[in-house]
Design a protein around this ligand. Structure first.
Ligand SMILES: C[S@@+](CC[C@H](N)C(=O)[O-])C[C@H]1O[C@@H](n2cnc3c(N)ncnc32)[C@H](O)[C@@H]1O
Length: 257
């Protein structure tokens, strides 16, 4: 993709973040209790959350002390989706990988739905919040609750695997969201990243991809085709507890044994 003034500024800012990496302590205002969330929801959603808490047990009682209200909502939505769409019957071995993990707040859902080690990789790990803490500081902190899981600051292309399950929630398949997230154009390389991910999933292992909107879902289909990956479209994700306004779609791909 060609450079423009916006791209040059994003490149400078990205380099600065990766130079000035020191973080303030990873403090955030956590939800405090499940009731803070359920008080904002309708009965069907409250019932779904109660069922998930009963099914997955004690660790979910701790989530409101580890996650903000919004993160709590996203995490319980994710465990609902994983539970219904990905095989969650056994522990993962080799480890699981979450690509583009932001600040690691998917980990509570991942580690409960599919227990075992999870690696969370994020290329823009040194992005800061208003508290001056970085995504990496938050990701590292949350990973401590789920040993031996770890937060990795870097590109997925640095990782060699193998991984038993890979989750990839909202990959950049369209350049506009990548720019909106403040990344330079040179990091827009959807086919190269997908080819790399394909190679680090262990034979028989699973890749679960979630796209935002039908347009990205269609682009994702073309990417799978271009790489000769016969992924199964799960289609539009239905959930009574979705916190998102825009529709989400998903895919499952199993690495040939
Ligand atoms: C649209 S965001 C989605 C974040 C998160 N998965 C979520 O659902 O909120 C895409 C994320 O992928 C990260 N990313 C982009 N290229 C990457 C790469 N090569 N390796 C690791 N992370 C990458 C971005 O920095 C960004 O945080």
């Amino acid at each position: 993709m060609p450079s423009d003034a916006g791209d040059i500024l994003r490149e400078i800012a990205f380099r600065w973040r990766n130079f000035a990496t020191i973080s303030a302590p990873a403090w955030k205002r956590c939800a405090g209790s499940w009731e803070q969330l359920t008080a904002t929801l309708e009965n069907p959603a409250i019932k779904t959350i109660d069922d998930l808490r009963t099914r997955f047990g004690a660790d979910l009682d701790e989530w409101p002390r580890r996650l903000t209200l919004r993160e709590l909502h996203e995490a319980v939505y994710l465990i609902d989706v994983l539970h219904r769409h990905v095989n969650t019957s056994s522990d993962i071995n080799p480890p699981g990988l979450d690509v583009g993990a932001k600040n690691g707040t998917a980990l509570p859902a991942l580690a409960n739905a599919m227990p075992g080690q999870w690696d969370l990789v994020e290329i823009d790990s040194h992005r800061r919040y208003a508290t001056l803490s970085t995504r990496r500081a938050h990701g590292t902190r949350i990973a401590r609750h789920y040993p031996p899981s770890r937060f990795i600051a870097g590109s997925v292309t640095d990782l060699t695997g193998p991984y038993g399950v890979v989750t990839w929630i909202l990959p950049f398949v369209d350049p506009a969201p990548l720019a909106a997230w403040g990344l330079p154009n040179r990091l827009f390389e959807p086919e190269r990243l997908l080819a790399h991910v394909r190679n680090i999933v262990t034979p028989g292992g699973t890749l679960f991809v979630v796209n935002q909107g039908k347009v990205e879902f269609d682009i994702q289909r073309d990417l799978f085709r271009a790489l000769d990956m016969s992924a199964t479209p799960i289609g539009k994700i239905e959930s009574t507890i979705s916190p998102f306004k825009r529709e989400r779609y998903s895919w499952l791909w199993t690495a040939p044994a």
